[in-house]
Every structure is written in C-alpha cells, then in structure tokens.
Design a protein around this ligand. Structure first.
Ligand code: SF4
Length: 350
C-alpha cells in the first residue's frame, strides 16, 4: 500500500488506537512512503522519532509518536456547476447512512454499490441497524438515510423504518418499483408518514435515458411508484443521477417535476461517481468526497458512494461508530492543515 491507495485512512485508524505519547511503527516497502510520512506527521501533529532502512532500496521502518491532532475547520460547500444540486455541506456527524442490503431488482449501469438481482444480499441485521441508530443519536446525529441495493427487498424494512423513525427523521432511498402491490405495499403502508421521506430515483422526464441506465420499462414503473407513494401520504423527493454534460436532461426533468408538484426543495441531481459498475463519471476519493458516516453489514465507510472501494473503509465491523467518526474527524483536520499550506492533498503522490 502506498500513499495514494488508502494509506491515509489506515494511518488515521491505526494511530487512533494508541494513546498520546505512544509510538506507531510503520513498515513499508514503498519508497514514496517515508518522505510522505514526514509531511503527514507534521500536518497531523505527530513526531517521527526514527526512520531506518534495511537496505538502500528498503524496506523501511518508520516510528511515529502520537501527538495532539489539529482541530477541524468548518466545512465548506463543494464545487458545483449548473447541472447538479447545490447546498451547504453536511457537517461531519450529522448524517448516518445505513445500507440495509445490497441486492436489487435492477442492475443500473452506474450503480456505485454493484447491486443487482444476483448480488449477495449482505442484509443489515435489524438489531445492528437499531444499535447504530442509538449510538448515532448519543453522538449527536441528526438524520438517518437508508439505502441499498433496493431497501424494500430487506424482509424487515417496515420494522426497521418504523423503529428508526422513532429515533430520528429517516430518508429511504428506493427505485419505487417493488411496492405497487403485495407484501411490500403492505410494508410501505405500515411506515410512519411523519418522519419518513421516500427518495425516489428518476433520471429523466421521458423513458429513454432512465430506461437506458436502469432497464427496460423501469421509467414507467417508477412513475407509478411515485404516484403510489404520494397517494399513501408520503413526502417524496426525486433524485436523478446524471453526467455533467446532461444539462438538457436536468431541465426537462425539472419541467416534469413542476407538473407533478414536486417542490424544488425535494429535487436532487447528483453526479455519476466513478465507483462500482460506473466506468465513467466523477473520480472520487477521500480528498474529493465530504465524509458521511456509512454503515454496511460488514463495515463502516467514508461515504455512501464508496462502499466498494477498500481505500475508503473506516472499520471492518458495523459497530461501534465512535472510533470511525473519530477517524473521519482526525482525517478532516489533517486535510484542513494541508489545505492551509496550499496543498490539495495530504500526500503528494495522490
Ligand atoms: S443504482 Fe439503485 S436501483 Fe440501480 S442497481 Fe444500484 S441500488 Fe439498484
């Protein structure tokens, strides 16, 4: 592993497990790492106390004494352009994302989670979801978001949503194609209206682009699902996923949403992230993604679009949340320190 491949989060996770004054020993065969560790240690408030090489070409052993981390600065809004939704950045620790499952009735061409009907479900157990929500509340969290995969394929989704909504407002991300009738409609009907928002994916006003991205006749079924959800009294937010050259698509979609009386506050246009199945789109990393704590059945991640990227894993278990949140805050503080020096990245080789 080198400084461009997830080393920063690994360092932050590792040094977070020792006390101030204790020493972390880093063993590396990458020549770029020892000089970058010097910069990281300075930015992070730590001290390199020893650096030795077994041979001139390595490997190297670098000892880092833990100091006091710098404090994080107030977050700033990310760059945007005319296609994508704007808004202030969400403060670290305000939002918790829960991946209820990874299987899906669709297999969209840009799915960052690599979901499909064949994907392993990786179900988030109900008790883990609720324990995460309880800990998040205790940590001062303000909002929950449940995503997947298609969350309506989770067999306990209505119980999960009802219990989560008792704790905090919850947004449920769905393609709205599975609850027209049967047990999933019953599950939807059982969810509380007050603190649940349904965020439904719709990429275009007409079927061509949406069906191209998401599958034949998916556009018509999603429009029917939007009508179902609104008839049942839910607040519906529409979210499109587009490329930056698709401004006309965004304009046409907004015109459709005007006719459907979806208010502007409940419209979201997100860029395709080059993650998972997406071969094109915006490249993302911990340097370009504002972190939002994200839990899956098998770990905690930097951001919900990055759950297939090992370089963005914060923990190997879904609980507890606190150490992962501390890793995020420490990493943001180091990134802030680098930015104050005029650097775009903590490590030079990113
Ligand atoms: S983008 Fe959403 S609807 Fe499409 S495959 Fe992924 S999880 Fe399913």
């Amino acid at each position: 592993m080198d400084c461009g491949g997830g080393l920063l989060l690994l360092l932050m996770r590792s040094i977070g497990k020792i006390e101030t004054g204790q020493v972390l020993l880093v063993h590396t065969e990458e020549p770029s790492v020892p000089p970058d560790l010097q910069d990281w240690a300075r930015l992070a408030g730590h001290e390199i106390v020893d650096s030795t090489a077994e041979h001139p070409q390595g490997p190297w052993r670098v000892s880092v004494r833990r100091g006091e981390a710098p404090s994080a600065q107030a977050p700033s809004a990310g760059a945007s352009d005319d296609v994508f939704s704007r808004g202030p950045a969400t403060p670290v620790g305000d939002r918790l994302w829960l991946y209820s499952n990874f299987h899906c009735n669709l297999a969209c061409s840009y799915c960052c989670a690599e979901s499909s009907p064949q994907a392993s479900p990786r179900l988030l157990p109900l008790d883990v979801a609720l324990a995460a929500a309880d800990e998040f509340c205790a940590l001062g969290g303000r909002e929950l978001l449940v995503t997947g995969g298609e969350p309506f394929l989770h067999p306990q989704i209505h119980v999960m949503m009802t219990e989560l909504a008792r704790r905090l407002p919850v947004t449920l991300l769905t393609n709205a194609m599975t609850f027209h009738s049967g047990p999933r409609r019953t599950a939807l009907q059982a969810m509380p209206r007050e603190r649940v928002t349904l965020q439904i994916s719709l990429d275009s006003a007409g079927p061509e682009l949406h069906d191209h991205n998401r599958g034949l006749r998916s556009h018509a079924k999603t429009l029917a699902g939007i009508a179902d959800a609104r008839d049942l009294g839910f607040t519906v937010r529409i979210a499109a996923t587009l490329h930056d050259h698709e401004a006309d698509t965004a304009a046409n979609l907004n015109a459709l949403l005007d006719t459907l009386d979806i208010e502007p506050a409940n419209r979201l246009i997100r860029p395709v992230a080059r993650q998972g199945f997406a071969e094109h789109g915006q490249p993302v990393s911990i340097d370009t993604l504002q972190p939002e704590l994200t839990v899956t059945a098998d770990g905690i991640w930097w951001h919900p679009v990055a759950v297939t990227d090992p370089a963005m894993r914060l923990a190997d278990h879904p609980l507890p949340l606190a150490p992962a949140l501390a890793t995020i805050r420490d990493t943001v503080a180091v990134q802030d320190a680098a930015h104050r020096e005029g650097r775009r990245h903590v490590f030079r080789c990113v």
